[in-house]
Design a protein around this ligand. Sequence first.
Ligand SMILES: [Zn+2]
Length: 419
Amino acid sequence: MKEIQSERLLETIERVYYNVPWYRSKMQEQSLGPEHIQSLDDLKHLPFTTKQDLRDNYPFGLFALPMSEIIRLHASSGTTGRPTVVGYSRRDISVWSEVIARTLTAAGVGKDDFIQVAYGYGLFTGGLGLHYGGEKVGASVIPISGGNTQRQLQLMKDFGSTVIACTPSYASYMAEAIKESDIPRNEFKLRTGIFGAEPWTDNMRHEIENKLQIKAFDIYGLSEIIGPGVSFDCEYQNGLHINEDHFIPEIIDPETKKVLPEGELGELVFTTITKEGLPVIRYRTRDLTRLHFDTCQCGRTLVRMDKCTKRSDDMLIIRGVNLFPSQIESVLLEMDETTPHYLLVVERKNNLDTLELHVEVEDRFYQDRISELQNLNRKIKTQIESTIGLSVNVKLVEPKTIKRSEGKAKRVIDKREIR
Ligand SMILES: [Zn+2]
């Protein structure tokens, strides 16, 4: 594995140095050329890449291939202004299918299965990612996309879906819906779930497994690296196996940015070593985890990572959508009627994440005329929703009622039990 990684790393460094001016100048700033990167040990000298770097190079600035070689574009959801855009070559799509095929295989999914892909199809990588991986293992793929729960249940029963792929919170919601429907459980053939795109704990796994009477597998990924399929659960579920022949993981201290010794908890960083369209060097995921190098009971030697439930920044993941409080803030700052004092309350109700925004209204706009306030409420709701791509309940509050803080403002109350 080390040999493969070394060889592929050197190829990748050549690729970005000669094809991506941004990486070339980053490396030159540190007096680094491709000749200084001789082996895996030199990885630690290379510059980091962040989500902001992708935004700054919007839309295609970090691509290492001409657009004529890019056959697919995806973009992150729920970001202000510039989303992060990712591009795939034909070979990238094939690598992506391969890593998801491994994920499905490890979950015991094969050609006799029916996979109901209830991740969103579109710019989000969930739907199409699972779709191509499902086809690769030869399963019958049902591209139903998210939502419309009654139709999900109908087709799940009629088609005999054996596998469901969606977010864990939607799986939990579906379990409730099955219970409330009059269809007896034994009319469903469902036995396996592939769940990801948001953090979830082992407790939630057991809850879903009990309620749906299936085995639930975790799939991890992020669009900047390739999408879902970066790492996956095997049948022993003692950490997610990383497809390290395509993505080299490192664990760093998020403050000092130094690589931490084996087994320590820190921020997960990935370098892609086979990607052609958008190779990324030392991408800071902001997810906190640790790596396990011992051989798994399943026999796979791929390094494992703990389930990610914590982050090193303030990003929230709500119903699969990434949300930074700063996005809310910038919308509020653009509106005269509001102050930048706000509070986000995230809850999990009926197994679905809900978002509530408390926002202070400017003194001069705060009046007794209910209709005015209702209009303002609607206006804020519309602006926020169109920016973040999530529904939100807006509560207008009187000026100076949101608690001020001396230090870092507390913007978020997360009541979900995912930590
Ligand atoms: Zn294993």
